[in-house]
Structures are given as C-alpha cells and as structure tokens.
Design a protein around this ligand. Structure first.
Ligand SMILES: N[C@@H](CCC(=O)N[C@@H](CS)C(=O)NCC(=O)O)C(=O)O
Length: 225
C-alpha cells in the first residue's frame, strides 16, 4: 500500500479537488490508500469559483485522464480499475447489501449528521460563529433514532460489515465501510455525537476496528485528537 502526504504529491496518480476536512474527500482518499493509488488533495472550497463541480460540491477528481464527480462513481472506478474490485462483493446479494448501506449513508445519515451537528460545530469552532443550539436541539431526536437504528442493525446481524466478528483481517472491509466510517466519525467528533455513540456498543466497536485499518489511519483529519 502506497501511503503519502495527502496535500502535496507532484507525481500523484489521482488528484482530488476538495476541502481537507470533507467527508467525501476522505472517502476518496481511503479508497486510494486501499488501492495503492498515489493521491494528492488540492484545497478547493465547494463554493469557490475554481470548483468545477456543476452542483457546487466537492470532491472533483482527476485520474487516468478522466475528470470524475460523485463519490460513488469515483470510488467504484478506482476500486475496479486499480484494486481488482477488492472492496466490492462479487455475489449479487452481498453487493446489494453494500449498495443499500452506501445509499443509506448518502441519502439519510450524511445530511442528518452534517446539517444537524457537524456543521454547527465547525461553524462555531472554526469560523467563530455562535453555536446554533436551536438547530442542534431540533436535530438531536432524529440523530438519536438514526444511531439506534445503526446499533440495532449492527448488533443483530453485522449490517454492512463483517469486521466486528473477525477483527478486520478477512478482507470483508467494503465500500460500505469506506463510506460509513467518515460519516459516523464526523458525528463522533462533536460533543453530542460522542455521547450518543458511546452508548452504542456495536457501533463503537466497529469504529475502533476501522481505526486499525492503515487506510483509515493514513487519512485522519488534522482536527482528530
Ligand atoms: N453527491 C456528492 C456529495 C458531495 C458532498 O456533499 N460534499 C460536501 C462536502 S463533504 C459538500 O460539497 N458540501 C458543500 C455544500 O453542500 O455546499 C458526492 O457523492 O460526491
């Protein structure tokens, strides 16, 4: 696995235009690390005039002469073209489970966590705005329910991951883990998220196992303790 300085790598195979604390930028970085693809991240704000994403999001990626947007497409391309599709189950049922959890992460968990807790805390800690307590209070019941759902699914049958039962050594780590880790970890870095996740034994155990994965360690956000 080729690990490297994420922000400066002149000969990198893949270039990411994204923000350095972005969930989706990190998802691409993790897949690059898993696939042995060298990468660099060019700091680009979603709302900057330099951002080429037609819907004003990050990341935008250059790889193999392609310009790609949308993290599902980017990660599948990198895994297919550079990693023998090792992060995607080949059986249709396993693939459907993985796709289902990626969709849940993108459609429900990320917007809920990001708008309800992660961004209010970033705006407060990084930009110095007052903490939006009302927004947080409105979001907490739904975030609690979402954490309860994740915990029940994991405790029942392992949900999207087989990592809990085998300590991560079998290669059962898939794109579902890659997407869900930064989404859940971002929430855990907020005070309320940390308390919520500490009450979810299975979810906390899954996070801890992921943290031993070299690709996760190599892509830590600078803000992580
Ligand atoms: N559907 C996009 C979502 C990307 C996304 O939401 N990125 C966030 C950063 S993690 C973003 O650009 N936020 C800025 C905004 O929504 O204004 C993808 O899969 O790449």
């Amino acid at each position: 696995m080729k690990s490297m300085d994420r922000t400066s790598a002149p000969d990198a195979q893949l270039r990411i235009y994204g923000t350095v604390i972005s969930t989706y930028t990190r998802i691409v970085q993790i897949v690059c690390e898993e696939s042995g693809v060298t990468h660099e991240t060019k700091a680009t704000a979603a709302n900057s005039p330099n951002n080429r994403h037609p819907f004003g999001k990050v990341p935008v990626v250059e790889v193999d002469g392609l310009e790609l947007i949308e993290t599902v497409a980017i990660t599948q391309y990198v895994d297919n073209a550079h990693n023998n599709s090792a992060l995607q189950p080949s059986d249709p049922a396993g693939r459907a489970v993985m796709d289902k959890w990626i969709a849940i992460g993108n459609a429900y968990l990320f917007p809920l966590f990001e708008n309800g807790l992660v961004m209010p805390w970033i705006m407060h800690r990084v930009a110095g705005f007052d903490l939006d307590q009302d927004k947080i209070a409105r979001a907490l019941p739904q975030i609690s329910r979402a954490l309860g759902f994740l915990e029940a699914e994991l405790a029942n049958d392992g949900a999207w991951t087989a990592l809990r039962s085998d300590n991560g050594e079998t290669g059962a780590f898939t794109l579902a883990d890659v997407f869900l880790y930064p989404i859940v970890r971002g929430l855990q870095l907020t005070p309320q998220g940390q308390v919520g996740i500490s009450q979810c034994d299975a979810l906390a155990a899954w996070l801890a196992v992921c943290e031993n994965r070299p690709s996760i360690a190599a892509t830590r956000w600078e803000s992580e303790p």
